[in-house]
Design a protein around this ligand. Sequence first.
Ligand SMILES: NC(=O)c1ccc[n+]([C@@H]2O[C@H](COP(=O)([O-])OP(=O)(O)OC[C@H]3O[C@@H](n4cnc5c(N)ncnc54)[C@H](OP(=O)(O)O)[C@@H]3O)[C@@H](O)[C@H]2O)c1
Length: 337
Amino acid sequence: MRGIQIKEYVKSPDELRVTDLPDPIPTDDQYLIAIHASATNFFDLLQIAGKYQHQPPLPWIAGSEFAGTVLAVPRGARAPRFQVGDRVLGASQGGYATKIAAREEVLRPVPAGWSFAEAAGLFVTAPTSYGALVTRAGVKPGDYVLVHAAAGGVGLAAVQIAKAFGATVIATAGTGRKLDVARAFGADHVIDYADAAWPDKVKKLTPQGRGVDIVFDPVGLIDRSTKCIRWNGRLLVIGFAAGAIEKVAMNKVLLKNISIVGLHWGAYSINEPEMIPVVWEGLFKLIDEGKLRGTVFTDQEFVGLESVPAALKSLGSRGTWGKVVVKVPQQEGLSKI
Ligand SMILES: NC(=O)c1ccc[n+]([C@@H]2O[C@H](COP(=O)([O-])OP(=O)(O)OC[C@H]3O[C@@H](n4cnc5c(N)ncnc54)[C@H](OP(=O)(O)O)[C@@H]3O)[C@@H](O)[C@H]2O)c1
């Protein structure tokens, strides 16, 4: 197969090289999959630089999220969920390659009518946003939901999920293009959060200026968002894309009777695995109803594993929206099957 192997950490994605590598050898509980699209995540950038919380022993293959077709089912499985030829999406170490071995628990079927590119970006972002808004914050019809960085990967999923549950969505982002994207995916109101007055603007959009019911924050804007949240509101801590880990004065939490609620989707497999199928069932219901669609960044196309460095650099430059996905051409994936 072909893939991007990390033998030593790199300072820039430009140093990544695609090489011929031995095919992965699946263990008894793993499928072998031909990858047709790989999605990028910010943690891929951290991992190739040796700065991520999970660093496998060198050498290892970069990348995580992918979509492709099953080449072989697990040898030890009596009733495998997927069969040879099935279209699957998932995430496992080694997504920047033409083949990957992965266990059933990290695979889901590609939704009917979805391309591999659309499906490749679903595994991490969609359940994060659903788990936060639905499981943790209990979003319901009539709620006002503020989604920060609404054109980002988790942001665009959050906009769609909040809308699907009957909420009014106020979206923030940092450029006009990103605000247009948020609106195109269903946001009712959009605000450029480069304007320091954004909390006031948010409040004015809510009935009687009462503030929003839920804040979805992948950026690090919890403290400022306490200015535009209502009594009993919930602030969802999703991430720190701006870089700093915030400190919040707790008197604000008391005075406004609000909750600050964390969500660590990756840790559900250890701490609350029974919730994972519940979240995916909910997501597939929204997909079947046409309420959740893929969010592939289409302003620029990335084709072939050789374009992974460019895709990662675009992601890191904050110039993209949705999921930045690299198409892995079939002949590349099938050349050595
Ligand atoms: N809690 C969990 O389980 C979980 C799961 C997945 C992801 N996350 C976290 O959620 C965050 C967002 O993930 P994502 O996949 O949506 O990322 P993304 O697609 O790269 O989007 C991040 C957005 O953050 C905004 N941003 C604000 N300040 C920024 C800065 N200084 N540098 C870069 N971006 C900045 C950008 O939007 P504007 O340009 O519009 O400001 C950007 O579009 C990350 O921190 C990620 O680690 C958490």
